[in-house]
Design a protein around this ligand. Structure first.
Ligand code: SD4
Length: 332
């Protein structure tokens, strides 16, 4: 109904080195010639970083109650967005160099529908706005003021997202103000989540406050479908975390899904995408990127440039943290 009104208002009738850590998940390679099949699978959720454990719990409840993967990923990552203690996502996110908290998010369902917001200010749950973009507009991506106006029109409320501790950290950074955005475990823990529901459908979501102390107006990979997130319900899904610029340059998550389509395991597909990044950059020194992938058979894998990347995996049996495989140690 809202969508119909929207279309009416706007007069549109149609929608437009070495491997340091071993990982037990899906390390075997399959022939790249064999196409992945979409078969019935058990519900499963994977999400980036330790905070994924809590997010998975919320998402799992949705799925256990018979909800869709789309509802699950949205509700799941909202937990992280609303956590004031998390300094990389939503409320409490570290600001840009001028002290503004600006948020990026995207969501994609099993039909390939997708929605995203970028450079969004003062809205606690950008993922929910991204879903509204997907469902209530003929567009995929809204940014900045337009995204905020849209959110307000949908009933979202403005809120100051700069917490005292994020402000303190920013003021501390300002003392030696120089445009370096260190990328380590402290400032790059975007949450990306992939889920398969009881019907066997997959959806994904990604949400972040972006790199800490970024330039005002900078947008990373997180709201870019294909870069931070891609889902193909016939094959599987992939998502990314780390330096967005490097992910965008290779359209990373789409690449991972296409590699799975060619028959690579999620683990190997993530590895090949990381290797592509390394190949395409003169240097990746000190810059982290990690990919996480889940195929329709419920196999998962993760791979990153540097050590430290992990993901939370929720199944019927457990919700546990799994170390990804990496190429470099931070001390390299
Ligand atoms: C960005 N990819 O804005 C995000 C930051 C991030 O894990 O992931 N961090 O570039």
């Amino acid at each position: 109904m809202i969508r119909r009104n929207f279309l009416k208002i706007f007069g549109w009738s149609t929608a437009a080195g070495f491997v340091g850590v071993s990982c037990t998940e899906s390390t075997k390679e399959s022939s790249p010639k064999i196409k992945a099949e979409s078969g019935p699978s058990q519900p499963i959720i994977v999400s980036t970083w330790k905070h994924g454990i809590e997010a998975n719990e919320a998402a799992w409840k949705v799925i256990q109650a018979g909800g869709s993967a789309l509802d699950a990923v949205e509700k799941g990552v909202m937990v992280t967005e609303s956590d004031p203690n998390n300094q990389s996502v939503g409320l409490g996110g570290l600001p840009d160099r001028d002290g503004n908290v600006t948020l990026d998010a995207c969501i994609m369902n099993h039909k390939g529908d997708c929605g995203a917001v970028a450079f969004l200010k003062e809205i606690e749950n950008p993922i929910a706005v991204a879903r509204k973009v997907m469902e209530e507009t003929p567009h995929v991506l809204l940014v900045g003021q337009g995204a905020q106006e849209f959110a307000l029109s949908q009933g979202f409320e403005k809120k100051n997202l700069l917490t005292d501790s994020a402000r303190k950290a920013w003021l501390e950074w300002k003392k030696n103000e120089n445009y370096v955005t260190p990328v380590n475990v402290e400032n790059h823990d975007t949450i990306s989540m992939l889920a398969i529901d009881k019907a066997g459908n997959m959806s994904g979501a990604c949400t972040t406050s972006g790199l800490a102390y970024k330039m005002h107006g900078r947008v990373g990979d997180s709201p870019i479908i294909g870069a931070s997130l891609f889902v193909d319900n016939a094959i599987g899904g992939a998502c990314a975390t780390g330096v967005g610029e490097m992910v965008i340059r290779i359209v990373g998550s789409h690449l991972v899904v296409e590699l799975m389509r060619q028959g690579y395991t999620p683990q190997k597909a993530c590895q090949l995408a990381v290797e592509r990044i390394i190949e395409k950059h003169d240097s990746v020194k000190g810059k982290q990127v990690g990919f996480l992938a889940l195929n329709k058979q419920g196999e998962s894998g993760a791979y990153s440039i540097y050590e430290g990347f992990n993901y939370a995996k929720q199944t019927q049996e457990s919700n546990s943290l799994i170390d990804g495989v990496y190429i470099h140690k931070w001390s390299d």
